[in-house]
Design a protein around this ligand. Structure first.
Ligand code: HAM
Length: 430
């Protein structure tokens, strides 16, 4: 009986043909983050469900509708992480790493949300997540944003713009929330079902509604930015001044509220017009109350995560994804003795030329078939080792991408001959 095994909707394979852009992004981010003093951390993909409920908030879309939650054999409720911040903060607490210390951390890996899949929105997606813990001031906010700006520049991504906002402190937000609820109650007839439900639990999220029929009522709502406490106002003004002084353009979006409850003060989002409706490529903000809320000693923090699939798509669109690197040398072997000796010879060459890529013909085949494979491999050079050559202590060297003819080279001099031939192959044709 054949079994029709399909991939899970919204969960994608990343095939070798696509991996170049992923590696370019990851390599670039890794190098940049290290240069800003960030250290990599790896945390589990599965955590107790209670962690995400407590950190992200009971009334958020993520917790209400999107978590992959299950009971394990021991009867514990576990959840596939929908984001990385909660797990990283849990790790800092469980490993006793707070105690007034500062941490600059990052991680990359898969996250899981049961959303409706569409282009740019998946059920398993990857984030590069960055967190700075222990610094309260707006200087770290500005530096994190500068880091992301530099990443776009290094990657050659231009179609992104920055939106920022301040959510104030939980106290100022509470006062604002009352005003907002009052306003929406007065306009209850104009609210859709989702927003009416949110009125009790999370009225700020109504401001984020994507429903076009809600646009007018949202546009008339009081603005959080007009109700900030003085310290949050000062923090936000200092951030704006720092961004201006380092020349990073931004837009203040007073309706940017973010979908996770742990934020306070600074929030920001990098938006693109190149990906259709899934326009946020990198989002984050400050979460000064989160660690205390999870039972750790009160410690401020700020961070962001970028959607790897979305940034990869931007790289592809901008023509910034590198092509797969072909082999340098394809090794053709012919005859029983040469086949047996081939692997040893190529291992020696790999010792001598560690930066070169060798593709040894495996599994036999006549000369014609082997040269066809050599051609398909994209290698610049074929090395030919037959019983006859082996008996004479030489190998054939044949450039595959120019008209230069085949030559012979004594085996001990092969590494130098390969380098010379590859240098010749790289030179422009006359
Ligand atoms: P988030 O806004 O939920 O924030 O996600 C961050 C980024 O992940 C989004 O801007 C988007 O690029 C990508 N993303 C989110 N959902 C999907 C999806 N279903 N498919 C593809 N990409 C997606 C957070 O997750 C916070 N933990 C960020 C943070 C870190 N805040 C402070 N520290």
């Amino acid at each position: 009986m054949t079994v029709d095994i399909q991939p899970i909707r919204g969960m994608n394979d990343v095939l070798p043909a696509q991996i170049g852009a992923w590696q370019r992004l990851e390599d670039c981010a890794r190098e940049l983050l290290a240069s800003y003093g960030y250290e990599e951390i790896r945390v589990p993909v599965v955590e107790h469900t209670a962690l995400f409920k407590r950190a992200i908030g009971e009334y958020t879309d993520v917790v209400e509708k999107e978590m992959y939650t299950f009971c394990d054999q021991g009867g514990e409720s576990l959840t596939l992480r929908p984001e990385a911040t909660a797990g990283i903060m849990r790790a800092l607490i469980s490993n006793g790493m707070l105690r007034g210390q500062r941490h600059k951390l990052w991680c990359v890996g898969p996250m899981f949300r049961h959303e409706r899949p569409q282009k740019g929105r998946y059920r398993q997606f990857n984030q590069i997540d960055v967190e700075a813990v222990g610094v309260p001031g707006p200087d770290v906010d500005a530096e994190l944003i500068a880091l992301t700006t530099r990443l776009w520049r290094r990657l050659g991504i231009e179609r992104v713009r920055l939106e920022i906002n301040s959510l104030g402190t939980p106290e100022s937000r509470r006062a604002y929330r009352e005003k907002l609820v009052g306003y929406f109650r007065a306009h209850e007839g104009a609210l859709d079902a989702d927003s009416r439900r949110r009125l009790e639990g999370n009225p700020l999220r109504i401001l984020d509604s994507k429903n076009p029929e809600m646009r007018a009522v949202v546009a008339g709502a009081p603005l959080l930015t007009d109700h900030l406490d003085p310290e949050s106002r000062e923090h936000f003004d200092a951030l704006c001044a720092a961004l201006t002084s380092i020349g990073i353009p931004f837009q203040i979006n007073p309706r940017l509220v973010r979908g996770l409850d742990y934020y306070s003060r600074t929030v920001f989002e990098w938006i693109t017009d190149a990906l259709g409706s899934q326009d946020a490529v990198c989002s984050g903000g400050r979460y000064d109350g989160l660690i205390a809320q999870l039972g750790g000693e009160p410690t401020p923090g700020i961070g962001f995560a970028m959607g790897v699939e979305r940034v990869v798509e931007l790289l592809l669109q901008a023509g910034q994804a590198p092509a797969a690197r072909a082999a340098d040398v394809y090794v053709v072997v012919s005859g029983a003795r040469a086949t047996a000796a081939g692997i040893g010879l190529v291992e020696r060459l790999r010792d001598e030329l560690p930066a070169r890529r060798f593709d040894l013909n495996l599994g036999g085949g006549n000369f014609k078939a082997q040269f066809r494979r050599a051609d398909r491999s994209g290698a610049a050079l074929a090395l030919i080792l037959g019983d006859d050559e082996l008996a004479r202590g030489v190998a054939g060297v044949k450039p595959l991408r120019n008209e230069a003819g085949q030559s012979e080279c004594p085996l001990p001099e092969l590494a130098a001959a390969i380098e010379a031939a590859l240098a010749g192959a790289a030179a422009p044709a006359e």
